[in-house]
Design a protein around this ligand. Sequence first.
Ligand SMILES: NC(=O)c1ccc[n+]([C@@H]2O[C@H](COP(=O)([O-])OP(=O)(O)OC[C@H]3O[C@@H](n4cnc5c(N)ncnc54)[C@H](O)[C@@H]3O)[C@@H](O)[C@H]2O)c1
Length: 261
Amino acid sequence: MGRRLEGRTAWISGAASGIGEGVARLFAAEGANVALLDLDRGRLESVRRSIAEAGGRALAWPADVASDSAVRDSIEGAVAEFGGLDVVVNCAGVVHVGPLHEYGEDAWDRLMGTNLKSIYFSVKHGLAHLRRNARSYVVNVGSISSLVGQAATPAYTASKSAVLGLTRSIALDYASIGLRCNCVCPGITDTPMLRHHLGSGGDPEAALANRLRRVPLGRALTPEDVARAVLYLSCEDSTGVTGTSLVVDGGYLAAAEWDPA
Ligand SMILES: NC(=O)c1ccc[n+]([C@@H]2O[C@H](COP(=O)([O-])OP(=O)(O)OC[C@H]3O[C@@H](n4cnc5c(N)ncnc54)[C@H](O)[C@@H]3O)[C@@H](O)[C@H]2O)c1
């Protein structure tokens, strides 16, 4: 089978770490030119370099995805470098743990800017380029929190629910130009974000083991597990799929009542 993204250009946010890094590496291996945006300049450059060393074409754009002008400039930079834009993957995200009444307004706005408003920016600025292709793709990384509640993360859960709503809206409004927009909803995925999140309560290994008892597959997902779902929705393997979500959670949400034998 040929490489699925040969000659395509993908803009990927949050590409310095975890799931976004997994998407960047998989897309490059599938033949895509990848334009990588992240706040973390050092890690982003090391991802870019290792993709280039493996024979891929990557552009690193250190920037804040919550900035309208930074997203615009990074997309224009990608188009200038690679000659077009086919795929937008919105993966940058942050989590904030704490009760709602203790949130500062800044923390709320910061999280919403990163997890939600960034998608508006990327589609707004990507559209002029995406619409030049007969087919184009937007994939938003939501969460199982797009579909169910999660304790002690009200802004995160609200943002991820909104990501799914925005996904549907984009899918409806731009279907006529050949754009498909979908959402991948990961469960427990072993990334620096997960480690950070689990570490806030004391013993991260014990916290992870405890959570995995509720996952039928019995393991944390890898960034590549999630990246494969993003790839599926970013090419013609998923022709006919738009405005929906693909849950990649090892069976977690299937188990309202489940007795791990
Ligand atoms: N890890 C999980 O279990 C899990 C589960 C469900 C959903 N997700 C979602 O997957 C996505 C990726 O998470 P991850 O686990 O790979 O986390 P991660 O922390 O490993 O990676 C997130 C990346 O986003 C970048 N980022 C954060 N704020 C940014 C900003 N303002 N501008 C630009 N870049 C910024 C970070 O620097 C980091 O490189 C997030 O949207 C997250 O909500 C993760």
